[in-house]
Design a protein around this ligand. Sequence first.
Ligand code: 3HC
Length: 303
Amino acid sequence: FIRSFSSGSIQRSAIKNVTIIGGGLMGAGIAQVAASTGHNVVLVDQTKDILKKSHSSIEKSLQRVVKKQYAEDPKAGEAFMAKVLSQLCTETDPAAAVKSSDLVIEAIVENLEVKKKLFASLDKAAPKHTIFASNTSSIPIKEIAVATKRMDKFGGLHYFNPVPVMKLLEVIRIPETSDDTFNKLLAFGKAMGKVTVNCKDTPGFIVNRLLVPYMMEAVRMVERGEATPQDVDTAMKLGAGYPMGPFELTDYVGLDTCKFIIDGWHAKYPNNPLFDPSPLLNKYVAEGKLGNKVGEGFYKAKK
Ligand code: 3HC
């Protein structure tokens, strides 16, 4: 968040009321940053219990931001935090949540049928002007958009974890996305303090198309007995300047998420060796070692 702001590129956008569907790590992060940058945010998930957890993770993350940004003026920090939280409400009924929405961002489970079903119902409930966007990391935007009758108002907004820290936002257009919609999405990204890049609807867009095969090749190096995860991570941090090595990053993103992405691409493009599945990754996932979120992946998570 702080780093995002340092880009100095915050701009006004036509989008004021934002609905985020999905209160997981990404949805909560997007909701936090959208509310922090003056948008009215409704965060939606299936149960009040899930939303309670999302809200408390937002509060914790906001506290980190405020502690740093308002180190000299804790009172102003408290006021900022109260203002942000007042611009954020939660809802369990997606149809009710989109009634006055300018933009809906979907960040739910990576399942095409579930996403299509959601958007088909939102298409009926949302006003005509509402723009729809998916935060999918690996499903083609167009395959989701076909569930609606507003493909001209459909695009992708792909955020990076941790959303309050990572400066980038990939803005994806499909051939049907109108210039007006795309420009509004770009302006919204900038209004969130992000640096935007324009992406086509290709597998993994820009970042994941490069990052996921890189992470997979790191796993394959270990499978081939060429290096240990520790040495690969040290090498990439100190030799290439990455903030995390590929194994730390896989633990951070989630081994199940990486497996899901690579399995989906492999099924679609079986002849591309960059998308080959990895027995070692599959073994870890089968053992439930999904990464930091469960306390263990390639490494045991730090307390
Ligand atoms: N909320 C708010 N602030 C946070 C935060 C959070 N969840 N997580 C970290 N921060 C802040 C910290 O408070 C700290 O702030 P400061 O610099 O102002 O003091 C700053 O971020 C750095 O955090 P730490 O000191 O705890 O740790 P690091 O310096 O190691 O940074 C990191 C942590 C930012 C996660 C860094 O390691 C990093 O950039 N890692 C790579 C992350 C990455 O590649 N993400 C993309 C993954 S791919 C993806 O998301 C796409 C998906 O589709 C798969």
